[in-house]
Write a new protein. Structure first.
Lengths: 324, 312
């Protein structure tokens, strides 16, 4: 199977969907002439022209609002918000307009657009260019939330997201853009709402999201050397969340760790833990542990940032705490 | 146009009674009383297949765009037969894509960039359709307004931005809060065409809208059209608007848009008093029928709500 980087896989998805559907239009800051800050949109302006690859002013509220409107006006926009930190600037359009349109119109309005963004934790970008807070969208029914962790999933999930009839927030990891992985030739999509069981074991379940999937797999390999085998599960989308696959694993292992880059309090791990406790309390042999970022802003110093971030070692320590 | 204005006026008066006297309606509601000439004039200048987006003060836009009154009243009652099946309410009642009324937001200013996006869709479609979006003077102080009209101007999309300058954002006077010579003057900062119309004169609004619409259809981009008008009511249905100087209210009452248009039609021998009476009678029946329809309609069963969260 050919290998592609995560960024190239995303670009293939955009390109294929633009060829497939003339309604797909890209908009965002620096996506055209500059070809994207992380070069995800490289070559697309040249191939599709400025009508379909639209550079915008630095206007996040207008980018998101125009994506919502363009979806109402018959297009399938893919808007890019350069850093996830800037999502707060346009949250009104995403959370209070887009997410509620289908519902509050009694099912009449459809706003099929994808809002691509990325978080740069691990890239020494400091407190205002590294944030990762997908769990706020747990409070916003009406949106779908996608978090690809591999080039394969990045392509397949983005294609599925573009074909969605609902608004999708598509969160990439800046740390993953240059990693390579197998991506099949030809057409495929990865449906939203299906976990990927990356590895199977019997002693512990590790659910990991986005960048921490790689860390979880590394931790699982190390644990295996010590005789502890783990299920490693990547939910890939947290809205919808494929709880069934997670529950099935927890019923087998009786132990659960949830790893993610967001701060621990009220994060992805908190919600998954709550759902597992509600559904499978009797199957648990130990407390659920979350391996997440500490409840503080992200420090700039590269040394401190490394100490701040979840990693394989922290996951191993959590696993040992559970197994003893 | 007169007919539409009378429909809006009598509908809103009935809604006001349903809230304040009969206690039949509850929740926030923002009446269009006094501003009828803006919706009737501006939407009257659109083609049937052109689009609009509205706001939480949207009853008038909906009626002017041809949304059936029965469905509007049913929505205000929260009934399953309403424009939004009772899930939207007064602030979103104008959402009725069947008639090209594409959205109604309750977040001040947020409809501006959305209209820019709808305009992009119409520009790409290439059928010379336009979208007209409504908002108040207060909205022009939001960031979304400035980002939205800047982007519209950059992209030259076929949008008519209609500001209903009714002089007040709740109780905050526009001459205090809008740091510009006028709302229309803000367009200059964005290289955008602008116009000012007398928002209590439907002919003035119509002519200005016509010009903006023609420009948009011909690829000349968006226009910011300021219509200067006045609420005959406070901000919401429960607000008496008693923060406004009495002389000011009285002066505007004398400029009632419906009385003004009727007087002109009589003077020009284009209509008679009995024509007006006929319209009033028909409209009164239509309004009463909408109340009967709304009262008799069912509420959506709660167990059906989940299917409206996502497109399945």
């Amino acid at each position: 199977m050919p290998e592609l980087t995560y960024a190239d896989a995303l670009r293939e998805a955009l390109r294929e969907e633009m060829l497939r559907d003339p309604r797909v239009v890209l908009m965002g800051e620096e996506i055209g002439v500059f070809e994207g800050v992380y070069k995800v949109t490289r070559g697309l302006l040249k191939e599709f022209g400025p009508e379909r690859v639209r550079d915008t002013p630095i206007s996040e509220a207008a980018i998101a609002g125009a994506a919502v409107g363009a979806a109402l006006g018959g297009l399938k926009p893919v808007a890019e918000i350069m850093y996830m930190d800037f999502l707060t600037i346009c949250l009104d359009q995403i959370a209070t307009n887009a997410a509620k349109m289908h519902f509050m119109s009694g099912g009449k309005l459809r706003v099929p657009f994808v809002l691509r963004t990325q978080y740069s934790l691990g890239r020494v970008h400091g407190a205002q260019h590294s944030q990762f807070f997908p769990s706020i969208f747990f409070q916003v029914p009406g949106l779908k939330v996608v978090l690809p962790s591999t080039p394969h999933d990045a392509k397949g999930l983005l294609k599925a997201a573009i074909r969605e009839d609902n608004p999708v927030v598509f969160i990439e990891s800046g740390m993953l853009y240059r990693i390579k992985g197998p991506v099949p030739d030809g057409e495929y999509v990865v449906p939203l709402g299906q976990c990927d069981v990356k590895k199977t074991g019997s002693d512990i379940t590790i659910v990991a999201v986005s960048r921490t999937v790689t860390e979880a797999l590394a931790a699982a390999m190390k644990l295996e050397e010590q005789g502890i085998t783990a299920d490693v599960i990547d939910p890939r989308t947290i809205q919808p969340l494929d709880l069934a696959t997670i529950l099935e694993s927890v019923r087998k292992t009786g132990r659960l760790i949830i790893a993610s880059d967001d701060v621990k309090c009220g994060g992805i791990g908190s919600e998954i833990a709550a759902q597992v406790v509600e559904e499978a309390f009797d199957s648990l042999d130990a407390p659920i542990l979350r391996v997440a970022s500490p409840d503080m802003p992200i420090p700039f110093s590269p040394t401190l940032e490394q100490a701040y971030m979840p990693n394989a070692q922290k996951i191993i320590e959590a696993a040992k705490k559970l197994i003893g | 146009m007169l007919r539409k204005m009378i429909e809006i006026r009598r509908f809103e008066e009935r809604v006001e009674r349903l809230f304040l006297q009969e206690g039949a309606l509850i929740g926030p509601s923002h009446l269009y009383l006094g501003e009828e000439a803006v919706a009737a004039g501006a939407i009257g200048a659109l083609n049937e297949n052109d689009l609009i987006t509205s706001t939480y003060r949207g009853h008038g836009h909906a009626i002017a765009k041809g949304v059936p009154m029965n469905l509007l009243m049913a929505e205000l009652f929260g009934k399953a037969t309403g424009t939004c099946k009772g899930l939207g309410g007064s602030m979103h009642v104008a959402i009725y894509p069947e008639k090209g009324s594409m959205y109604a937001t309750a977040i001040v200013g947020s409809g501006v960039p959305i209209a820019t996006g709808v305009g992009l869709g119409l520009q790409r479609e290439g059928k010379r359709r336009v979208v007209m979006t409504f908002f108040g003077d207060g909205a022009t102080n939001t960031g979304a307004f400035h980002e939205g009209i800047n982007l519209a101007s950059v992209w030259k999309v076929p949008v008519i931005f209609v500001c209903e300058n009714n002089m007040y954002a709740m109780s905050t006077r526009a001459d205090y809060a809008v740091a510009a010579e006028s709302v229309a003057a803000r367009a200059q900062a964005y290289k955008m065409r602008s116009a000012v119309a007398d928002g209590n004169d439907p002919v003035s609004v119509y002519l200005a809208a016509r010009e903006a619409i023609d420009a948009a259809r011909n690829g000349q981009g968006p226009t910011l059209l300021e219509c200067v008008t006045y609420k005959l009511h406070g901000h919401g249905v429960y607000d008496k608007g008693d923060y406004r100087p009495e002389e000011e209210v009285e002066a505007w009452l004398k400029r009632d848009p419906i009385n003004g248009l009727e007087a002109r039609l009589l003077k020009a021998n284009l209509a008679t008093q009995s024509d007006f009476e006929k319209i009033e009678k028909e409209v009164a029946a239509e309004v009463e029928e909408s109340v009967t329809f709304a009262r008799a309609s069912p509420v959506l069963p709660f167990d059906q709500l989940a299917k409206y969260v996502y497109v399945m």
